[in-house]
Design a binder for this molecule. Structure first.
Ligand code: B12
Length: 328
């Protein structure tokens, strides 16, 4: 849609200039022209945000620039939400949340807004909700559905705890976000009733949810125990990998890379999806390359992981089998 391409360019310019009024103006114009809220959310706000991420990943934008742009995108999403709230409520109650440790609140805001525009009576809990607090909300609000957004692999274990709490109460849960990867494999492994890759399909998935679901079956004991043990030793593992990995000591993203790779191991154990490992290795290679480091240092990181995970047999074999031999 040519109109949307032009609006996306204007919206991106507003993000770069940290011009909240201009960003809200772009989305308001589209809504007034009759473009559906969900199309504005997906085609403009989400698309622009992903480009913001690409700029940070390439090192073109600082974290401060990324934060400023995200605040503008959040204000624009709120403008779409004001419009969406005019829609009459024709469906049930939905709770929209991020798992504990998940600070990417904007994707959840977008999903909340898309569901509200489809007639759901939504309550948005925002970033990083502890499972105990979620249990309280489930009891107090008695929702018909729960929607959980998870961008970081490290928040998949707490997402699983949400799924346990929600299905124990019979409430179906739909999940999405970057941490789930490109298909429903991780979502199914964790016991979600549905997964969707974007806002329009989230709306479809929520409509198709069953009224009641059975409690999820337990995950394999050995994998759960090993993930818990890795979580307990996380700080020491991060410190040891950072001490031994020979990258420029001033490279700020080294810690993100090391955290992320350990989180990928957690995610691989919890979901049985080994693709998290090469995907994370490729992401690390990309951030190294964009900051002038040799991406081949990813190979060395794989070696260090094999050593530091030797007491964790499942994690060790996950790395052994899935760490790429070469990263291009
Ligand atoms: C903004 C941002 C932040 C902000 C978030 C602020 C906020 N209020 O949301 C802040 C600064 C807090 C942040 C922090 C971090 N971030 Co960040 N962040 C981003 C960024 C640029 C945009 C996220 C976003 O809003 N995307 C737009 C949304 C709408 O797109 P989406 O997530 O794909 O969502 C769509 C679908 O997935 C789906 N969906 C999403 N949720 C749901 C839910 C349901 C129920 C359904 C059905 C569907 C669904 O529908 C959405 C709309 O179409 C991304 C880049 C990117 N590519 O997304 C990085 C990114 C996610 N962050 C990244 C990283 C590394 C971090 C940090 C570790 C960095 C650091 N050291 O600070 C921390 C970790 C914080 C944490 N523990 O959560 C990496 C993750 C790398 C990886 N391999 O996973 C990314 C990809 C950047 C990059 N290119 O490297 N970040």
């Amino acid at each position: 849609m040519a109109e949307l391409t032009e609006s996306l360019a204007d919206f991106e310019a507003a993000l770069a200039a940290v011009d909240t009024s201009a960003a809200i103006g772009v989305v308001d114009d589209l809504l007034v022209a009759g473009v559906a809220p969900v199309t504005v959310l997906t085609g403009v706000i989400a698309a622009a945000q992903r480009n913001v991420g690409a700029r940070w990943q390439r090192g073109d934008w600082t974290v401060a620039e990324e934060h400023a742009a995200t605040a503008v995108a959040a204000a624009a999403t709120e403008a779409v939400a004001r419009h969406a709230r005019l829609t009459p409520i024709t469906r049930g109650k939905a709770l929209v949340a991020c798992a504990e440790r998940e600070w990417h609140a904007l994707p959840a805001m977008i999903i909340d807004c898309a569901l509200r525009a489809d007639g759901w009576d939504t309550t948005l809990l925002g970033a990083s909700t502890p499972p105990l607090r979620l249990g309280q909300y489930l009891q107090d609000l008695g929702p018909d559905a729960l929607a959980v957004s998870c961008s970081m692999l490290g928040a998949l274990p707490t997402t699983r705890r949400f799924i346990e709490a929600s299905t124990t109460a019979g409430i179906p849960i739909v999940v999405g976000g970057a941490a789930f990867g490109p298909d429903d494999l991780r979502a199914r492994a964790l016991g979600a009733a549905a997964w969707a890759p974007d806002a329009p399909s989230a709306v479809e998935a929520a409509r198709a949810l069953p009224a009641v679901v059975p409690a999820v079956a337990p995950l394999p004991d050995a994998a759960v125990a090993e993930q818990a043990a890795l979580e307990l030793s996380h700080r020491e593992l991060v410190a040891s990998l950072l001490a031994d990995w020979q990258v420029d000591p001033g490279l700020e993203v080294a810690e993100d890379a090391v955290q992320q790779v350990l989180h990928a191991v957690w995610a691989g154990l919890m979901t049985g999806d080994p693709r998290v490992v090469p995907q994370t290795a490729a992401w690390i290679a990309e951030i190294l390359r964009s900051r002038g480091e040799d991406p081949e240092k990813v190979t060395a990181l794989g070696g260090l992981l094999r050593t530091c995970l030797r007491d964790y047999p499942l994690a060790h074999s996950l790395i052994d089998n899935s760490w790429p031999a070469f990263v291009h």
